[in-house]
Design a protein around this ligand. Structure first.
Ligand SMILES: C[S@@+](CC[C@H](N)C(=O)[O-])C[C@H]1O[C@@H](n2cnc3c(N)ncnc32)[C@H](O)[C@@H]1O
Length: 232
């Protein structure tokens, strides 16, 4: 099964690195919080390699899984790095690459259709997890103004779901990105991949939102999790 956002991510793949300084900072912060030097690493939603490019230790094997072909094409590859262009929620796919020592995912798990099932599956198949997940307080002003519900997961609910399976350290961080004008702000949303490419506002509604948007920055909230499964 191809993830529902794969096309949107593929379409923007070449501009992706330039537009995603924020996602790179998130990957940096996530990796800085990892203490063990895992030998077998699996990265869910690896994109063009933000995580892989930042790992500083000598691992045995790194597997990046991403359903967007254009992202996979940009990811580093080598004898020790394998890129699998597929759905990270597919148990068949996971089965082929787990167990591992470290299961990492930066800025991707918010797209999971069934995160609970994914967590249950991986809990017995990894020694360690490190996740950074965008929460529903991302683009808060935009959602408040448009009246649309956020499709992103709630931090409390995420935490509860993860705490049932892992002993964890959690951290919530908020980020703000500033823009010259509201048009470039809206362009960022489209290009960043964070919006999921869901076009739920009409052109007229979007235009009105751009004209009336009260600030020149976007808010992001990210839940960081570092942990080990209960039975590891
Ligand atoms: C916002 S990007 C983050 C990429 C990278 N981890 C980073 O930090 O820059 C999210 C990535 O997750 C991938 N993705 C989303 N849902 C997926 C799924 N179910 N299976 C595989 N990849 C998925 C997208 O294709 C995209 O490349």
């Amino acid at each position: 099964m191809i993830a529902k956002h794969a096309h949107e991510f593929s379409k923007n793949a070449y501009r992706y690195d330039a537009h995603n300084a924020l996602q790179q900072s998130i990957a940096d912060y996530l990796i800085a919080g990892i203490t063990a030097r895992a030998a077998r690493v699996v990265d869910l939603g690896c994109g063009s390699g933000a995580v892989c490019k930042r790992l500083t230790w000598n691992y045995e094997r790194f597997v990046g899984i991403d359903s967007a072909p254009a992202m996979c094409a940009l990811h580093p590859q080598s004898d020790t790095i394998e890129v699998v262009c597929d759905d990270f929620e597919s148990q068949e796919v996971l089965q082929a690459f787990l167990p591992c020592d470290l299961l990492i995912s930066s800025s991707a798990l918010q797209w999971a259709n069934d995160l609970e099932a994914l967590l249950s599956y991986v809990a017995t198949r990894t020694h360690e997890i490190a996740f950074a997940v965008f929460t529903d307080r991302t683009f808060q002003t935009l959602y408040d103004l448009s009246g649309l519900p956020s499709f992103l997961p709630n931090a409390k609910e995420l935490r509860k779901m993860i705490e049932q399976r892992f002993t964890c350290r959690f951290e919530i961080k908020t980020f703000e990105l500033f823009f010259e004008d509201s048009l470039s702000l809206f362009r960022y949303i489209k290009k960043s991949g964070v919006s999921g490419g869901q076009k739920r506002l009409s052109v007229a509604q979007t235009k009105q939102l751009i004209q009336n948007y009260p600030q020149r920055h976007l808010e992001f909230e990210v839940l960081f999790v570092w942990g080990t499964p209960f039975k590891a």
